[in-house]
Structure formats: C-alpha cells, structure tokens
Write a protein of this length. Structure first.
Length: 314
C-alpha cells in the first residue's frame, strides 16, 4: 500500500472537484470520489463536501481535513486497488481511534469510478451495426466508422443505442453524424484513418480497443496495420482462421514487430459457435469485457508498483 502521508489535496469547491473527476475519467484515468453525506454532533466535515483521489495518488477537494481526511484517503486508495470495488458508506467516529476528541461522527460515501474504455468499431456492416450498440450497453465509449454513406446510416444501428442527426449529403466532406448529449454510439462517416475518427479519444490509445470488420479484405488489412501503428491496446479482426493466417503473414512480410503481430486477435471473440452477426457481436463483446477487466487491473498495479519504487529510491 503506498504511503499517503504526503498527499495534501488541492483546495477546491465541490463543483470543481466534480469537474476534475469528470475530466480525469474522460482522459481514461481511474478515480475515487468521497462525499460527506451526514454529520452527527461535533465534527469538522460539512455535508456536500467532496474529495477526489486520482490514480497517480494526487487529490483535490476536502472532506474536513485532519485525521478524518487521512483515514478516508487510505480507504480511497484501497478502493483504487480493488478491481470490482463498489461504493461504500463509511462512518468515521471522531474519537480516540482517530486521535480526535470532537466526539461526533461523519458519514462519507466512497465511490470508485472507472473510466469508460474507448472502442473503435471499423466497419458499419452487419456485424458492426450489432456490435457497436452492444458494446455501448456494456459501458464502452463506442465510435463506429465507415466511409460508405449507405452503411453509416443512423437508421441501421439498432435503437438500443440512439443516434441523432443526419449524415452529410452525398459528396460532402466526411464528418461526424450530429449526436445529442448522453448518446452512447458516435457514428462517423469517414475512413478509419481520418482524424475525426479518433477525435475525443485519449491521446494514449493503449487503453482503447480497435475492432476491424469492414466489407473488404484489403481494407481490413490496412485498418489492422493502422491500429497497431497507432498503439491501440486491443486490436481484433472479424474473419476466418485462413484469413487470420494470411493477415499475420502479410504483417510479418511488412516487418511489423513480432509482438505486435501476436497482439492481433483474429478471429476475434470467444469460441461460442457464433454464426450470425448478433452472435458474433456477443462473442467479441465477451472477449473485450474480459480484456477490459484484466487491463484495468494491470494498469493500476503498475501505478502502485511505480509509486512504491519511487518511495524506496527516496
């Protein structure tokens, strides 16, 4: 467990703490938010106060300072290190156990928050149209792209992931279909390597996934090469085992590093005997959920190890 004795939160009002937490989540970082729910008797905390601990062990806000805040930070750090940590309402009694004599108590809600993992679905064909809303329903932040206007039609995406706005007229420059706040799938009429496709994604794509399922084998190959070069943490492709072997052979022939070639998941998805577009979507979604869980655990463990190494070096 990292030493939190030197963590001094930056002073901020509750609304600024929420903005900072949201900004970190948007950037793909994990955070834990603590909120004062109730105060009983004499206590320094005020209901509504908020404190946020980030995955680099910096913090912003306050829930009263002093021993209460130090104890809460310890619980928040443990919550960061737990894979499936759930929100917990903790009661802190301000007595001898905390080295305090206030005599009251404080109830604090501690909420671990995981960032949404970005998933880029390249190709809005039969599988893509099913996979995108399914992934969105599982908490992924999904971008679905296709350069074909007929394919990138919001009407083709099942209603479980509502889309708003219209596509550009034929001949117009590729652009994102207009979407309303809170929608789960971002539909883009563009080629996979057009800049608007990755707009809004984290700069570091090692925590993002690219799923390739276009209408053309050559385009699939190009998209997989592009995804590897851009550093997507997960690269998967829909296709047969024979197509997978050819894809890997072409990657090797182009001098793609062996480690990157090995990262390509193709055929993508768990082997559940899937045949239809909906079944294939279920198979690939299940594999991506497993990757997300393992990836986030490994990522935080790396942060903790780095912190411990810095402390030992100091």
């Amino acid at each position: 467990m990292p030493d939190l004795s030197q963590v001094i939160p930056r002073t901020a009002l509750p609304n600024d703490v929420l903005r900072a937490a949201l900004g970190a989540l948007e950037a793909g970082r994990r955070v834990v938010l603590a909120s004062v729910v109730a105060r009983h008797g004499s206590a320094p905390s005020t209901p509504g106060q908020k404190l946020c601990l980030f995955d680099d062990l910096t913090a912003i806000g306050t829930i009263g300072g002093g021993a209460v805040e130090r104890a809460a930070l310890g619980m928040m750090a443990r919550a960061l290190d737990e894979l499936a940590s759930a929100p917990k309402l903790e009661t802190f009694r301000l007595g001898p156990s905390l080295g305090m004599c206030c005599g009251g108590s404080v109830e604090i809600l501690i909420e671990p928050m995981m960032p949404a993992v970005h998933a880029l679905v390249i190709g809005a064909g039969h599988v893509g149209a099913f996979a995108a809303p399914l992934l969105a329903s599982l908490g992924f932040r999904v971008t679905l792209c296709d350069a074909r206007a007929a394919a990138a039609d919001p009407a083709r995406v099942p209603p479980s992931a509502p889309l708003a706005g219209a596509l550009p007229a034929q001949g117009a420059a590729p652009r994102e279909a207009a979407t309303a706040l809170g929608e789960q799938v971002r539909l883009v009429l563009a080629d996979h390597d057009d800049p608007e496709v990755t707009a809004g994604m984290p700069e570091d794509l090692s925590e993002a996934a690219a799923l390739v399922m276009t209408h053309d084998h050559g385009l699939d190959q190009a998209a997989i090469e592009w995804a590897l070069a851009r550093g997507f943490g997960y690269v998967g492709g829909v296709g047969s085992r024979a197509k997978a072997a050819r894809t890997r052979a072409r990657l090797e022939a182009k001098g793609v590093p062996e480690g990157d070639v090995a990262r390509v998941r193709m055929p993508v998805g768990l082997d559940i005997g899937a045949r239809t577009p909906a079944e294939i979507s279920v198979a690939l979604a299940a594999e991506l959920v497993a990757w997300r869980a393992g990836r986030q655990r490994a990522r935080w463990s790396t942060v903790v190890a780095a912190q411990a190494g810095e402390e030992q070096a100091g």
